[in-house]
Design a binder for this molecule. Structure first.
Ligand SMILES: [Zn+2]
Length: 123
């Protein structure tokens, strides 16, 4: 479990990264970013929501996934459960969190997710 000071640091790092990502996504998608960033947005209508096809859009999509993961990590900081694996509940090693502050799973659950074809936990 994090000390209050550590939690503030982590939250600040995550928040900064989230702001960066929002800017990058807006830069790529323009006004379409707002609908794509909406919490209930489904990827099936993403194509229609964006006039930007191709590489830019694929990059934006990766950034959006990362942003969502960061927001999820921030929620977990607020709930006081940051740093535990969302799948199995073990403490995620500090070194992994230092490298990937938005990591939601331990390494072994992450590789299981990847085998099942889920989206990787972090860039
Ligand atoms: Zn796990």
């Amino acid at each position: 479990m994090l000390e209050p000071g550590q939690a503030r640091d982590v939250a600040r790092r995550l928040q900064q990264r989230a702001d960066e990502l929002r800017e990058q996504i807006r830069g790529k998608l323009g006004e379409a970013a707002d609908s794509v960033l909406a919490a209930d947005h489904q990827w099936s209508d993403a194509g229609a929501a964006s006039a930007e096809a191709g590489l830019e859009y694929a990059e934006a999509q990766r950034e959006i996934l990362e942003l969502r993961q960061i927001l999820q990590a921030l929620t977990r900081v607020e709930e006081g459960v940051y740093g535990t694996c969302v799948d199995c509940g073990v403490a995620i090693p500090a070194a992994r969190l230092a490298a990937q502050p938005a990591a939601l799973t331990c390494v072994s659950c992450q590789s299981q997710r990847e085998r099942r074809g889920h989206v990787p936990a972090a860039a």
